[in-house]
Design a protein around this ligand. Structure first.
Ligand code: GDP
Ligand code: MG
Length: 167
C-alpha cells in the first residue's frame, strides 16, 4: 500500500518538526521564525507493508497582500486537494484565527483528517488541555485526535501507526 498524506496547519505549530520525526530524517527545515518552509517538502517513509509520502505544506497565510503569501496559500490549498489523508497540526496551548482559517478550509475540502495536537510538552495545565481537546473534537468529525510532542518524539510512533492504518 502507499498513500499521500498532507501535513497542514498555520505557521509555527511544528509541521516540519513533525515530518522529520515521522520519517526519522531531517528533510524539512524547522525554525522559530514563522514561514521558513517556502515550498512543499516531501518525506517518504518506507516500511514493509506500507509506503507513506508526507507533504509538508507551507503554512496558510491569512495576509494575502504579499504575492508570496498568495502563492503559498495556493500551494497549501492544492496539496490538501490531492491527498488521501490530512494531518491537521495545532498547538496544545493556543487556538488562533489562523488555526480557524485552516480548519474552515479542511471542512470545505471534505477530507479525512487526523487532528494532531502538538507541543504537549508545553502544556502545564492538563485539565485545560483536556477541555481544549474536547472542544476541538466538536469542530470536525476527526478520524483521530492525537496529542504529541514532535520535538521530543512523544507519541509520534503511535501517530505514524494510525496514519498507516488509514491508508
Ligand atoms: P512549522 O512552521 O509548522 O513547520 O513549525 P516548525 O516545525 O518549523 O517549528 C516551529 C517551532 O516550534 C520551532 O522552534 C520548533 O522547534 C518548535 N516546536 C516544534 N514542535 C515542538 C514541540 O513538540 N514542543 C515544543 N516545545 N516546541 C516545538
Ligand atoms: Mg515548516
Amino acid at each position: 500500500r502507499a498513500g499521500l498524506v498532507a501535513i497542514v496547519g498555520r505557521p509555527n505549530v511544528g509541521k516540519s518538526t513533525l515530518l522529520n520525526e515521522l520519517i526519522g530524517q531531517k528533510v524539512s527545515i524547522t525554525s522559530r521564525k514563522p514561514q521558513t518552509t517556502r515550498h512543499r517538502i516531501l518525506g517518504i517513509d518506507t516500511r514493509e507493508q506500507v509506503q507513506t509520502v508526507y507533504v509538508d505544506t507551507p503554512g496558510l497565510h491569512i495576509e494575502e497582500k504579499r504575492a508570496i503569501n498568495r502563492l503559498m496559500n495556493r500551494a497549501a490549498a492544492s496539496s490538501i486537494l490531492d491527498v488521501e489523508l490530512v494531518l491537521f497540526v495545532v498547538e496544545g496551548t493556543r487556538w488562533t484565527d489562523d488555526d480557524q482559517m485552516v480548519l474552515n478550509r479542511l471542512i470545505a475540502a471534505k477530507k479525512d483528517v487526523i487532528l494532531v495536537v502538538n507541543k504537549t510538552d508545553q502544556v502545564a495545565d492538563k485539565e485545560k488541555l483536556m477541555q481544549q481537546l474536547q472542544w476541538l473534537g466538536q469542530q470536525l468529525n476527526f478520524l483521530e485526535i492525537v496529542p504529541v510532542s514532535a520535538k521530543n518524539g512523544k507519541n509520534v510512533a503511535e501517530l505514524r501507526a494510525l496514519v498507516q492504518k488509514q491508508l
